[in-house]
Ligand binder design. Sequence first.
Ligand SMILES: [Zn+2]
Length: 241
Amino acid sequence: MTPLRAVAALVLLAAGCFGLYELVESPRAGAFQPVVTHGRGHVVALTFDDGPTRGVTDRLLGVLEREHVPGTFFVVGRAARREPALLRRMVADGDEVEDHSQTHAHLNALLAPGALDAQIADADDAITAATGRHARWLRPPFGARNAAVLDAAARHGMRVALWSAMLDETSPHASPDALARRLLAQVGDGAIVVLHDGDQGRDDAGERAYEASLAPLVIAALRARGYRFVTLDELVASSPG
Ligand SMILES: [Zn+2]
């Protein structure tokens, strides 16, 4: 293969990957329904993915408690197993604890029979062991979903929630103010906002945990815009149809 052909092939591959992402994983994609990406009304749901992480999630819970803001935590099962006390504190504080899979897998790429169910069930088991409650929402990692993922969520009694506002992973070197502005620019009525309080459920805080420290800035700015903060359940309950 000539270098030019190799470059052309790479460009095509990249375009194909992006096209596939837009079709299958982007929250805007309509290929697989039903998924919840936002609600209605002058309310916002703050959701936190990929934790819990000791030292990060604790601080975040302190902020939410002080500000009287409820959060919705999409925990990774393997992290939830390590930190049951953090899950119990979430429930005690009035936060929701929901399912973000056992190991942060691409659920739409699991081909082995049972693997998809295990990803959902194992995380839910970790949540139930810590809190006595089952998850009611599944957020597939990366937003990766297909008909099998939606069926599996329904089998486990869960609805599928994505998001309407999230920072991209290339952001970490910007200042906290710039990052908060970038996120806030995506927020409108009924927004489902994602911040990360961990890194795919690994036991170190990881690359994206800096997002959790943006919570005070985001809360103050949205409060100034008159938004009321609700959990995901409340957001959906107050958004009929
Ligand atoms: Zn995630």
